[in-house]
Ligand binder design. Structure first.
Ligand code: AMP
Ligand code: MG
Length: 388
């Protein structure tokens, strides 16, 4: 048995062999860059108008309108003192432009432009290189690409980027009692839900499931399921069958597949029977079957490792220290992750903390961490992982 800190350290200390790939711009959100990106040109690439209005040469209240430049036009105008051109947002401002005036602050009389006030030099002109200079570092290696990041990369004219590959994840659920939702349930059976919850947690954080399988509590079937699944995955996540019951075959099946145990059992509640192992460059998490245990182990242990395997700078869920809205006592002799709700910068521990109870997790948005046999008073800060 290891402590939570030891388990997290073992996970984060694993050497990982990051692989890279080239991805098209539209297919890289959530991926982390395996190269840095520098600006291939000044951004903006040319002085352009920030407004619909007039580009002006000189500081005055009256100008002669000599032409028009729209967005996308190649402007050949060279303005002389006292001249103006009609201009639109994003259009290239002519040479010698002193300022742009928004059209709402002007009056036109035939070809004369009359301003309410004299303009300030440079106003409403977005200068070449005002955002980025050519060769300036835009993104460091390991930057995780956000929608705005995609926008910026696209605006630099880059259509393909080098990113770290994401791990291939396979899911195996085990249990004789489990049947698929939608099927008729017989006495003693329950619906298999962990694979859905785990797959959707993976997807929420940008990881997809490569394959999933449901296996009975049958040692040989589990052993061969693991063997096959390891061939097509980088990370294998198992649920159930990892505790000490007579039908819990996962640990032995992993051993017989040559998987090396990195830790088994964590001093925590829920999720004590958590297992982590490796075989060559493949990693295996065996999560306890209780729905809340398996999902909370995913958030605390699996997700940080998936980030690490995808070359991301993120190391897990956002963690906050937040005041609790009520007194609370952790009577357990182990540290706990409690299903909770963070609202208005206060956190409330929810009813229904059993390992099998997932409703409180579904209605909440956080996991509160408390040490063994610890009391906290209303208003005291507690550590909180944001799960949605
Ligand atoms: P186990 O870890 O196999 O001993 O399972 C612990 C509890 O979790 C039992 O009540 C199981 O029925 C339940 N359970 C195990 N696997 C799943 C699953 N995939 N979906 C929903 N409940 C499960
Ligand atoms: Mg079981």
């Amino acid at each position: 048995m290891v402590s939570i800190e030891e388990a997290l350290k073992i996970i984060s200390n694993q050497p990982v062999n990051l692989k890279t790939e080239t991805r098209e711009l539209s297919k890289c959100p959530g991926f982390s860059l395996s190269e840095e990106i520098r600006a291939p040109f000044d951004m903006p690439a040319f002085d352009n108008s920030a407004m619909d209005g007039y580009a002006l040469c000189g500081i005055s209240k009256e100008y002669n309108i000599v032409g028009e430049v729209a967005a996308g036009d190649k402007s050949d105008y060279k303005l002389k003192e006292g001249e103006a051109v009609r201009i639109f947002t994003g259009a290239s401002v002519p040479e010698n432009s002193t300022a742009v005036i928004m059209q709402e602050k002007t009056k036109v009389e035939v070809s004369k432009l009359i301003l309410e006030q004299v303009p300030n030099e440079g106003q409403c002109i977005r200068r070449r290189g005002g955002e980025l200079k050519k060769d300036q570092l835009v993104f460091e290696k390991a930057y995780t690409i956000t929608p705005a990041g995609i926008g910026l990369i696209g605006s630099l004219g880059i259509e393909k980027v080098e990113v770290f590959k994401k791990p291939k994840i396979n899911l195996i659920t085990t249990g004789n009692e489990l049947i698929e939702p939608g099927k008729e349930k017989a006495a003693g059976q329950i619906y298999e839900s962990n694979s859905y919850a785990l797959a959707s947690a993976c997807e929420q954080y940008g990881f997809s499931i490569n394959g999933k399988e449901q296996i009975k509590d049958d040692f040989q079937a589990i052993k061969s399921g693991i063997r096959k699944s390891l061939k097509s995955s980088d990370v294998l996540i198992l649920s159930g069958g990892i505790s000490v019951g007579d039908y819990d075959f996962v640990k032995q099946a992993l051993e017989e597949n040559g998987v090396e145990e990195l830790f088994y059992k964590v001093f925590q509640k829920p999720g004590k029977p958590l297992y982590f192992g490796k075989k060559a460059d493949k990693y295996i998490f065996a999560l306890p079957g209780n729905p809340a245990s398996s999902l909370s182990c995913f958030y605390v242990y699996v997700l940080p490792f998936l980030y690490k395997l995808s070359g991301s700078q993120k190391d897990g869920l956002k963690q906050f220290n937040v005041p609790i809205s009520h007194d609370f006592e952790n009577k357990a002799d182990r540290p706990v992750f409690l299903k909770a709700n963070l609202v208005n910068n206060h956190v409330v521990i929810l009813n229904g903390q059993g390992s099998s109870m997932i409703q409180s997790m579904a209605l909440g948005n956080a996991l509160v961490f408390l040490n063994a046999e610890t009391s906290v008073k209303k208003g005291e800060n507690v550590s909180c992982l944001l799960i949605s």
